[in-house]
Design a protein around this ligand. Structure first.
Ligand code: SAM
Ligand code: FES
Length: 347
């Protein structure tokens, strides 16, 4: 197995059979070996800097019905909310003072925010904070909409592909959503000029090793600037309420593999990872991740953006999250950076 890790390190790729062998035969010893390599690659590319992004969850309305997601439209128990332009700007003002230079706008697919409304929000924030990067995570849109948002000032776009296996995709989503469209979006976003992030949940229902192998092959082909992965965690009011959560161990292993396959990728240690283990985010960094995304959403809406059960940081103020994160990163010898934290290819 060590030879396969060495090969991935040297060539930045493996065949599907080799990926499968590595994932299926992993052991604590192999994990340790992989993480040492992954940390070295990350340090070579980004040093000991961990980039922070301020996450603003601005709407929990969604027209989609993804089976895994706590804010899916069929979940009638969710108390829905939308932030106004002024509330979003306030989040950015607080975030800017705390040193954030990237704002991530994430929400359900909510038709209330028309293209015009979003363009106005993006434009206003970009004019108020020209030294900040804007990341969007708004789901599937048309080429023209993506282009208009880019021209208004958006820099990056996060759209997890969720799984690169067609059959698996259709077991996670109702009819009407397709992997084909998800991929279309990702390629178009890249073509427009965004720094693009894809990703998937580890341990989602019906996921097999072959699915994970297909995820690796797809990510190699797309060559994204960012990859967001975290464990699947069940939400009690979804069709997947009774499925088990993904494990810390497999999520860390996948983070390490991704770091070796895409050495310069921006790779967050996600909130979901911090939810399944109190030191999950620290362990994610030690497995090769280099981004954290503290929450900047107003405290009174946080509990309403409950994608999965027991989500952490829902009671804290923005400043608490930011300084908590700084302490966590310093406790493992890393430095929370206040730069924009662009992908290496951008400089
Ligand atoms: N609507 C946008 C989209 O579809 O890209 C952004 C919001 S969506 C809630 C963001 C991500 O949350 C999804 O891509 C999914 O991977 C993750 N997510 C949703 N439900 C989850 C769960 N139960 N456990 C872990 N992650 C989950
Ligand atoms: Fe739309 Fe989860 S189903 S954000």
């Amino acid at each position: 197995m060590k030879e396969l890790i060495d090969k991935l390190y040297k060539t930045q790729t493996l065949s599907p059979i080799e990926f499968k062998k590595l994932i299926d035969n992993r052991s604590p010893e192999i994990l340790k070996y992989l993480f040492e390599r992954a940390r070295a690659v990350r340090v070579e590319n980004y040093g000991y800097d961990i980039y922070m992004r301020g996450l603003i969850e601005f709407t929990n309305y969604c027209k989609n019905d993804c089976y895994y997601c706590g804010i899916r439209k069929s979940n009638l128990k969710v108390e829905r909310y939308r932030l106004s332009k002024e509330q979003i700007l306030d989040c950015c003002t607080i975030g800017y003072e705390l040193g954030f230079r990237t704002f991530v706008f994430q929400g359900g697919e909510d038709g209330y925010y028309s293209d015009e409304k979003m363009i106005d929000i993006i434009h206003t924030i970009k004019s108020s904070y020209p030294d900040c990067a804007i990341t969007l995570s708004l789901g599937e849109k048309s080429y023209d909409t993506y282009k208009a948002f880019y021209e208004a000032g958006a820099d990056r776009y996060l759209l997890r592909h969720e799984t690169a296996n067609e059959g698996h995709y259709s077991r996670l989503h109702p009819a009407g959503m397709s992997l084909e469209n998800r991929k279309r979006c990702l390629y178009q976003l890249k073509e427009i000029g965004y720094q693009v992030g894809c990703g998937f949940m580890v341990g989602s229902p019906f996921q097999t090793t072959d699915c994970l192998v297909e995820d690796m092959v797809f990510m190699k082909e797309l060559n994204p600037h960012m990859v967001g992965i975290g464990p699947f965690i069940p939400h009690h009011d979804t069709p997947f309420a009774d499925f088990a959560a993904g494990t810390l161990e497999l999520t860390l292993f996948m983070l390490g593999l991704i770091r070796l396959m895409l050495p310069t990728v921006l790779l967050p240690a996600t909130t979901a990872l911090g939810t399944i283990h109190p030191k999950g985010r620290e362990q994610g960094i030690l497995a090769g991740a280099n981004v954290v995304m503290p929450n900047l959403s107003p405290t009174n809406v946080r509990k309403k953006y409950m994608l999965y059960d027991n989500k952490i940081c829902t009671g804290d103020e923005a400043a608490e999250c930011r300084f908590c994160m700084q302490k966590r990163m310093e406790s493992i010898g890393y430095h929370l950076s206040v730069s924009r934290g662009d992908h290496k290819s951008i400089h």
